[in-house]
Design a protein around this ligand. Sequence first.
Ligand code: NAD
Ligand code: IPM
Ligand code: MN
Length: 367
Amino acid sequence: MKNYKIAVLAGDGIGPEITAEAIKVLKVIEERNDVKFELMPALFGACAYFETGDAFPQATIDICDQADAILKGTIGLSHEESKKIPVDKQPERGALLPLRRRYNTYANFRPVFLPKSLAHFSPLKPEVIGDGIDLIMVRELVGGLYFGEKEMGVNDKGLRYVRETLEYDEEQIRRIMHEAFKLAQKRRKLLHNIHKSNVLKSSVLWNEVMEEVAKEYPDVQVVNYLVDSAATALCLKPTQFDVMVMENMFGDILSDQGGGILGSLGLMPSACIGPEKAYYEPSHGSAPDIAGKNIANPYSMIGSVAMMLENSFDMAAEAKNVWAAMQGVFADGYSTADLSKPGSGVKMINTQEFGDKVVEKLRAMPK
Ligand code: NAD
Ligand code: IPM
Ligand code: MN
């Protein structure tokens, strides 16, 4: 019997609701396999701040340190509520970025997937969806503007000013490029390199290193795209993309656009991989507008579990089954409120019902 410790950071907003559904799925994986998951819940985010004064308390750090993998829900408050917490203690700066930094989770994989049969979920026309959208954004996650030097103060003219720096060294770029090229080799052997070298020097270095790394992967075709034009292309012809690689901030923005072209951020899971530890989280936020209503789509969270099974526990076959179980629920014509608007023909179910249906499908699947 294999034993794995999973730190469970349910977080804020819809985090606990969608995490509960993910845990149901983990329990079924235990039933079906010779594996035991020791779940270690811990406070993380605004909930942790209000309880302990710290969004990433030491007790949570200790649990994450011990864990084989970390499953994270969502953190954050609404714009107005956030103001109740000092800027540096807010869950994004006080918990999420420190988590990424601590485990050096530089490689963030954000799949944007919609089969042709679900084209009606998307705001794009069926002819734009074609045979389906199936791309993965590879986002550098521990560099760039997010982690550069920052300064806020008053300048010589007596004006409030701010300075944030976008820094990368060649090693940081090289390692994410290797991740992207290796992934491209396993897929369509096509890599879209997203940059802004017409303005940013960081992109000039980014592209230089990309070209050096590309020599080690002669079977992968590279297509260069300026980030602004990539944003348009994602709407006009998303099917041209397979693997896309980009720096931190570009990846933040384009991956939310990825959720947009699918029809909901609720379809956006992700994996954040470091040299020794990985954590898994939806790409979206805590959705304060729908929190506590049992209507959030748990696909992003259950998909993050599937990514954890494959990457951290070497259970690729079960990961596939989890994806298939979720697709099975959609194929039966069900989804949560985000994807079952009146007139869509999709039957509305709530968060828990979605989880229950996934569990039912998964239990029925051959091992
Ligand atoms: P958001 O991603 O929380 O929500 C944007 C929209 O998408 C909302 O209308 C929301 O209801 C919808 N949505 C998101 N996930 C959904 C799901 N699973 N099912 C159905 N609908 C879903 O973005 P926001 O409102 O700009 O941010 C809210 C908070 O989340 C902020 O405090 C932000 O900093 C934080 N945030 C956290 C993370 C994270 O934990 N990794 C990521 C992004 C944003
Ligand atoms: C994401 C989120 C985070 C980011 C925030 C909450 C710090 O938007 O994971 O995409 O910007 O990376
Ligand atoms: Mn984001």
